[in-house]
Design a protein around this ligand. Structure first.
Ligand code: FAD
Length: 365
């Protein structure tokens, strides 16, 4: 009879689907991943009392009750509220840029003037995109300052192109906040799994109907009899790059053990204008872990080439047109479903990845 369900990729997309198929439909599932661990980019591990995220800081946040209740079957969440700072002109200011950042960067009278103009234009507590801000004559100076000091050089480093060559969705990911709430995310539900993401993922696949095979590539399965394939790898790779490679950005993490209690004043500090790295992450903040030492990572954006990790699809019209060609080819296949960030060539946060798969499962059922 061959394999009933083959799930390619043990990231959160693949694991949610495996969990649903096995627990709800009582079907056998084989999950494979070419890496030597489950969890995909969420994978974390303990380093002498510090929970470290192998693929960079991952903070769970969602407005979806459905996703929150779903995940809470497998973990409790530590109520962590994410705050990010950026080094701008010698000051560590809150990001997204807000009224506190404004006060830290400008002399008092100028800051007061700009603050009143912002509050005249937008309701207190709202979040606006930098593009929107630039349309208001009185706030042009501020929008240019923020664009130059927070967006432009950061984007050049992160994407190796100007913000103008990327989708506006990239710029709108980091808004300007007309308030004094320093939290990075506004979502109703936020947190970090108490025992880490890996433990949560392990619980999801704890069912004898689910077999997980690591260090196993889809290539090895191509000629086997498989009833249904759920593929969360790169869609271009699935089709042997027949239309060419979809562009991605990759990252390099330089992890360091620090022999003092804290290295920096927040879990994540961005460096938009100085240095080759974009940010430094200090992991012990996420679960408020008390240790006499610490673990940090420097994050260096890299060009992607085959063999590296694909971290970010590069969103623009040209790349989306190429993806569409692959998508048309995918639609011709029966019983092959492309899921997740790489299968759909879209930057998803975890909650969106989970929601997409829950919706697919509902359709299949
Ligand atoms: C640096 C970074 C920070 C992020 N921070 C956040 C955050 O703070 N909050 C948030 O909500 N989201 C964050 N995300 C997004 C989050 O990582 C994704 O939403 C999530 O990982 C998507 O899961 P996935 O299963 O779709 O993909 P992945 O996690 O990429 O899993 C895909 C898996 O498929 C495997 N695979 C691929 N091809 C094959 C093949 N041919 N054979 C076998 N296995 C294969 C890969 O090895 C991988 O393990 C971040 C992403 C990055 C890159």
């Amino acid at each position: 009879m061959g394999i009933r369900n083959l799930i390619v990729g043990a990231g959160i997309s693949g694991l949610v689907l495996a969990e649903r198929l096995a627990n709800e439909l009582k079907e056998e599932v084989l999950v494979i991943d070419r890496r030597n661990h489950i969890g995909g980019n969420l994978y974390d591990y303990d380093d002498e009392g510090v929970n470290v995220h192998k693929y960079g800081a991952h903070i769970f946040h969602t407005d979806s009750c459905k996703v929150w209740e779903y995940l809470r079957q497998f973990t409790q969440f530590y109520p962590y509220m994410h705050e990010v700072k950026a080094l701008i002109n010698g000051c560590y200011v809150p990001i997204p840029f807000n009224l506190n950042s404004l006060r830290m960067l400008f002399p008092e009278s100028l800051a007061s003037d700009l603050e009143s103009k912002l509050l005249k234009a937008y309701p207190y507590g709202s979040r606006v995109s930098i593009l929107e801000l630039s349309k208001i004559e009185d706030l042009k100076f501020l929008s240019e300052f923020i664009y130059e000091n927070i967006f432009y050089h950061y984007t050049l480093k992160q994407w190796q192109c100007s913000p103008k060559d990327l989708d506006s969705s990239v710029l709108s990911r980091v808004p300007v906040c007309i308030g004094k709430d320093n939290r990075y995310f506004k979502d109703k539900f936020q947190g970090i799994p108490f025992e880490g993401y890996t433990k949560m993922c392990e619980r999801m696949v704890k069912n004898p109907l689910i077999e997980v095979r690591l260090q196993s590539d889809f290539k090895e399965f191509k000629n086997l009899e498989i009833q249904r394939v759920f593929y969360s790898g790169g869609i271009d790779e699935f089709f042997d790059y027949c239309f060419g490679e979809l562009p991605y950005r990759s990252l390099e993490f330089d992890f360091r053990k620090i022999s003092k209690e804290y290295f920096q004043s927040a879990s994540v500090i961005n460096y938009p204008n100085n240095y080759d790295f974009t940010r430094i992450v200090e992991y012990k903040y996420f679960l408020s872990q008390k240790t006499s030492r610490s673990v940090i990572s420097f994050e260096y954006p890299k060009n992607y080439s085959k063999g590296m990790e694909r971290f970010y699809p590069v969103p623009n019209d040209k790349n989306r047109a190429l993806y569409e060609k692959y998508l048309q080819k995918a639609l011709e296949l029966e019983n092959v479903y492309f899921i997740g960030r790489l299968g759909k060539y879209e930057y998803f946060d975890m909650d969106k990845a989970i929601l997409n798969v829950l919706e697919l499962f509902d359709k299949l059922r």
